[in-house]
Design a protein around this ligand. Structure first.
Ligand code: PAF
Length: 288
């Protein structure tokens, strides 16, 4: 595995691969890799001949009171896992590579509406930071295929919209969430949870499954009012288990607007704070 820090070295490696007629896959990460990230890498390897993984903890997607300073970092273990999987290039840019100018004067990529919902309300700067850094990565790596986890469903939907709106020649692939035995979605932030909280964390997934069962039982969305009732019940369940829910909403898959009567391709999106961790999860539900 070739570890590179500079864009010129990254480009030289990618150009050499292109010269050999290889397609390029890209997996952006913030490091502290777990089995979920490794599935993203495997998905990239299935779809492209040459895979670049980046590790960069992007400051512009963290709010002032968030965990940028404490974000878990395991660089040696990450590099070992990626080398073991046969990743071609590990790109490790520093801040001056990703943001050469003053952060306050940085051009920002903003996906309206869809970026303002849900996590965009609780974390107002978050998606600006994600779409800005992902655009920069796409221009640096110039991948044919880029892979993102479905755990960050809103992020995936926003990146897809950005790619369509800005005509990036990149195919975006979403990969299913990897979970622990209890059903809790793997996340670097699970490291903030105690043993007891890890057990409680699984209630988030159970709640989504129960909501999905109810929707399937009805077979159709009767009204927004019925969904609001379902969301209220779910919120209460999470509160009783010790979460502080930020949102739990039944949405339309394609634009993440709240679902209404007759919608049938749905996704339930949820975010809730448990102890020091803000957990997110989701579940796609197809009716009819
Ligand atoms: O999902 C993440 O880990 C980050 O948001 C990403 C896509 C690497 C951008 O910093």
């Amino acid at each position: 595995m070739n570890k590179v820090q500079r864009v010129s070295s990254l480009r030289a490696a990618v150009q050499a691969a292109r010269h050999d007629k290889k397609t390029i896959g890209f997996v952006p990460t913030m490091g502290n890799l777990h089995a979920g990230h490794l599935e993203l890498v495997k998905a990239a390897q299935q779809r492209a001949d040459f895979v670049v993984v980046s590790i960069y903890v992007n400051p512009t997607q963290f709010g002032a009171n968030e965990d940028l300073g404490n974000y878990p970092s395991t660089p040696d273990e990450d590099a070992r896992l990626l080398a073991e999987l046969g990743v071609d290039v590990l790109f490790l840019p520093d801040q001056s590579t990703m943001y050469p100018g003053e952060l306050a004067k940085q051009t920002v990529v903003y996906v309206p509406e869809i970026g303002d919902l849900y996590c965009g309300q609780n974390r107002p700067e978050h998606f600006y930071g994600v779409t800005t850094v992902v655009s920069r990565f796409f221009n640096m790596v110039q991948p044919d295929v880029a892979v993102f986890g479905k755990k960050d469903y809103q992020q995936l939907t926003i990146v897809r919209r950005m790619v369509a709106d800005l005509a990036f020649p990149v195919q975006v692939i979403g990969v299913d969430t990897v979970r622990n035995e209890a059903g809790l979605a793997l996340s670097s932030r699970n490291g903030y949870l105690s043993e007891a909280q890890l057990a409680t964390g699984a209630v988030l997934r159970q709640t989504l499954l129960e909501m999905s069962d109810e929707l399937q039982k009805e077979g159709r969305v009767e009204s927004r009012k019925a969904l609001t009732e379902l969301e209220k019940k779910a919120r209460n369940k999470l509160e009783q288990a010790g979460f502080e829910p930020h949102y739990i909403t039944v949405c339309r898959q394609y634009d993440l607007e709240p679902a209404h009567k007759g919608d049938d391709s749905l996704v339930i999106l949820a975010a809730a704070v448990l102890g020091k961790a803000r957990l997110i999860d989701n579940l796609e539900v197809e009716l009819g």
